[in-house]
Design a protein around this ligand. Structure first.
Ligand SMILES: C[S@@+](CC[C@H](N)C(=O)[O-])C[C@H]1O[C@@H](n2cnc3c(N)ncnc32)[C@H](O)[C@@H]1O
Length: 139
């Protein structure tokens, strides 16, 4: 958080807003179809099966994201947890309003993701876990 603010200050960015809190609270304030793109990168994996419902990318949160997303807007996601990747694909397949962009999920597609790894992405790669990348477009 502090480094994000400091970097924004150093680069004199004027078009940035930072929310330090739970995104589920923010969903209450984001207007309908107002957001061009969401990035959800390496959300907490909650590996135990009984904790899967705590995963950020669950039905309720994807519906909230869908509400805020513009038509044609994108949701770009990455995880290093195979089971989470499969859960995301299964959820989005049930939501007919989304279409998955066609590219190999084990190859990072620089059209949608930065050519710079996040902290957790770097950790996953160093520890031998292969990240998956998925992008869905809202029809
Ligand atoms: C595994 S870390 C990944 C951090 C970063 N995206 C990266 O790739 O290095 C997961 C992050 O998601 C944040 N997080 C989890 N649930 C959240 C929520 N409901 N709202 C906002 N942030 C959340 C956690 O605080 C944590 O920083």
């Amino acid at each position: 958080m502090a480094s994000t603010c400091f970097n924004a200050y150093k680069r004199e960015l004027k078009n940035i807003k930072i929310f330090h809190g739970d995104i589920r609270i923010l969903f209450n304030f984001l207007p309908k179809e107002s957001i061009e793109r969401f990035y959800i990168l390496f959300p907490d994996p909650w590996p135990k099966k009984r904790h899967h419902e705590r995963r950020l990318l669950n039905w309720e949160n994807i519906e909230n994201i869908c509400f805020c997303l513009k038509r044609g807007g994108k949701i770009c996601m990455a995880t290093d947890i195979l089971d989470y990747k499969n859960q995301i694909i299964a959820l989005f397949e049930q939501m007919k309003i989304f279409r998955r962009l066609k590219f190999n999920p084990i190859k990072k597609n620089y059209r949608w993701f930065l050519n710079k790894n996040t902290k957790y992405e770097e950790k996953a790669i160093q520890e031998g876990r292969k990240p998956f990348y998925l992008v869905y477009s809202k029809n």
